[in-house]
Design a protein around this ligand. Structure first.
Ligand code: C2O
Ligand code: CU
Length: 550
């Protein structure tokens, strides 16, 4: 195994990803940042210099389990103090499994400002499929307001919701309609349709060959549907695990998920085809995000737009269609490694609800809305600091969990905030059941993509309506469940997952919608803290020796 060194300077740059000029947080001047390519077993060392001048930073390696290096997870408030302006921080970790992963800022809502990218780990052993070439597709949504304006709006009374994205980006490129901006009184000067930042991304293929497309979504809000016009996709990988192959016309992908699909370049090479990303699950008001697939040797110029209209995806509110795809995603028969333990030692049932605290709209789990502590949990727990967070554990279930009407407006929208965490017995098997519900307004329930740091979990089942703790576990898929690090909880539904608490450290588990986590939609798990090695000094620069925060 080798060591892959990256030297990153994090700084502001004016960028025009969708042709509209905006201040972005960049890695070495780019958004997305560079793709990290490594081989299974390699050590990745990223030296991060924070050149933002007035803003902290922390970078999370999404999908990398950080076995033995919990302090390198990059989660501000959980595993480290923020990297202050002018400071340098070294992330050092092993990429122990092959697959498609991502990285992104994990400080406030900074991820939305453009600090993100892909991590691709090549396998040590042959994969259960083959292909001739590879392309990477990184999906995002994009706003013109700064993340500060967004965060301040979310915390206001009444709330100023971030709204639907202005554009959908593919590999950091989108296309906002400049004439619409001028018509709406916007500064036309800020929109430059000829900026190279927003030039259409072209994916070239050789006729007759098979391609692997690695697809990751780092959206702040949107559930997406991705399609390559005229080219059915065979899904072969999800979150770094091999999938029992299945074919789709288009792929639903939630924020925090990655997939690999295979396509065959077997269409008429003399025209180009659309790559399209469309919003699903929320009523869309954002135009389709597009890129172009072009055949080498065809008569069409590579940059020519396809002669057809871009695919518009399935109906945005076709929940059954999306659940069917979630359920079709099971483990490859030869790669059910390791099989799930037959039963759990503990089950935590989390009601996902929208609540109000002091007139502010929040998200809560069992009516507890999460806030991050000022001293990172990892430091407090490893060093035995007291009084740095609420030591009362959050609830294991919710009131009236067997009589609750998930389709109705919650009778009691009050909630509390807490920075308490769940402490898990080391090595124990933990089930988490995520129960979706109606929001504050009637007839509305959203999709929440939940992401677990430090582990992969088995996806045991999905259901619609209220989870039944007696009947539903009997139908869990223990035969070939896929392992993932991010999974969707569908509107009015529930999702059950299982993991082994065998990675010493403290790990965030949260909705990957940036605004939802900011509004409290998350929890934290501790396991095996006594087995955590000595923490590097640089993760605790915000903690005084006596335990308080500087
Ligand atoms: Cu990709 Cu805690 O997130
Ligand atoms: Cu959410």
């Amino acid at each position: 195994a080798k060591t892959v060194h990256e030297k990153w300077d994090i700084s502001y740059h004016f960028k025009s990803p969708d042709c509209v000029r905006k201040l972005a947080v960049t890695v070495n001047g780019g958004t997305p940042g560079p793709t990290i390519r490594a081989a299974q077993g390699d050590t990745v060392v990223v030296t991060v210099k924070n050149s933002l001048m007035t803003e902290n930073v922390a970078i999370h390696w999404h999908g990398i389990r950080q076995i033995g290096t919990p302090w390198a997870d990059g989660t501000e408030g959980v595993t480290q103090c923020p990297i202050l302006p002018g400071e340098t921080f070294e992330y050092r970790f092993v990429v122990d499994r092959p697959g498609t992963y991502m990285y992104h800022a994990h400080y406030g809502m900074q991820r939305s400002a453009g600090l993100n990218g892909m991590i691709i780990v090549s396998p040590a052993e042959p994969e259960p499929f083959s292909y001739d070439g590879e392309h990477d597709v990184f999906l995002n949504d994009w706003w013109h307001k700064s993340t500060y304006e967004q965060a301040a709006g979310l915390a206001s009374v009444p709330i100023e919701w971030v709204g639907e994205p202005k554009s959908l980006l593919i590999n950091g490129r989108g296309r906002f309609n400049c004439s619409a901006l001028a018509a709406s009184g916007g500064a036309a000067a800020a929109c430059n349709a000829t900026s190279p930042d927003c030039a259409v991304q072209v994916f070239a293929v050789v006729p007759g060959r098979t391609y692997r497309f690695r697809i990751g979504s780092v959206t702040s809000l949107s559930a997406l549907n991705f399609e390559i016009e005229g080219h059915p996709m065979t899904v072969v990988e999800a979150d770094g695990h091999y999938v029992k192959p299945f074919v789709v016309k288009n792929l639903n992908i939630y924020s925090g998920e990655t997939y690999s699909v295979l396509i065959k370049a077997d269409q008429d090479p003399n025209r180009n085809y659309w790559l399209a990303s469309n919003v699903v699950s929320r009523k869309p008001s954002t135009p389709t995000g597009t890129a172009v697939l072009s055949y080498y040797g065809g008569r069409s110029s590579p940059r020519a737009l396809p002669p057809t209209a871009a695919p518009t995806g399935p109906a945005w509110n076709d929940t059954a269609y999306r659940i069917a795809q979630s359920q079709a995603t099971v483990s490859h028969p030869a790669h059910v490694h390791p099989p799930p333990p037959p039963r759990a030692d503990r089950t935590i049932l989390l009601l996902n609800s929208q609540n109000k605290i002091d007139g502010r709209i929040k998200w809560a789990l069992n009516n507890v809305s999460f806030v991050l502590p000022h001293v990172p949990y990892l430091v407090s727990l490893k060093h035995g600091l007291r009084g740095t967070f609420d030591e009362r554990p959050p609830p294991e279930t919710y009131d009236n969990s067997t009589g609750y009407d998930v389709y109705g407006v919650q009778p009691n929208p009050n909630a509390t905030t807490s920075d308490g965490l769940y402490r898990l017995a080391f090595g124990s098997v933990v089930d988490v059941v995520l129960q979706n519900a109606n929001m504050l307004a009637p007839n509305n329930s959203e999709t929440h993509p939940w992401h677990l740091h430090g582990h992969d979990f088995w996806v045991l089942g999905y259901g619609v309506g209220r989870y039944d703790p007696v009947a539903h576990p009997a139908a869990y898929n223990l035969k070939d469940p896929i392992m993932k690090n991010t999974v969707a909880v569908h509107p009015y539904g529930w999702t059950a997952l299982r993991f082994r608490a065998d990675n010493p450290g403290v790990w965030a588990f949260h909705c990957h919608i940036e605004a939802h986590f900011f509004m409290g939609m998350g929890v934290a798990f501790e396991e095996g803290i006594d087995r955590v090695g000595q923490l590097p000094e640089e993760v605790m620069r915000c903690v005084s020796k006596k335990g308080g925060r500087h």
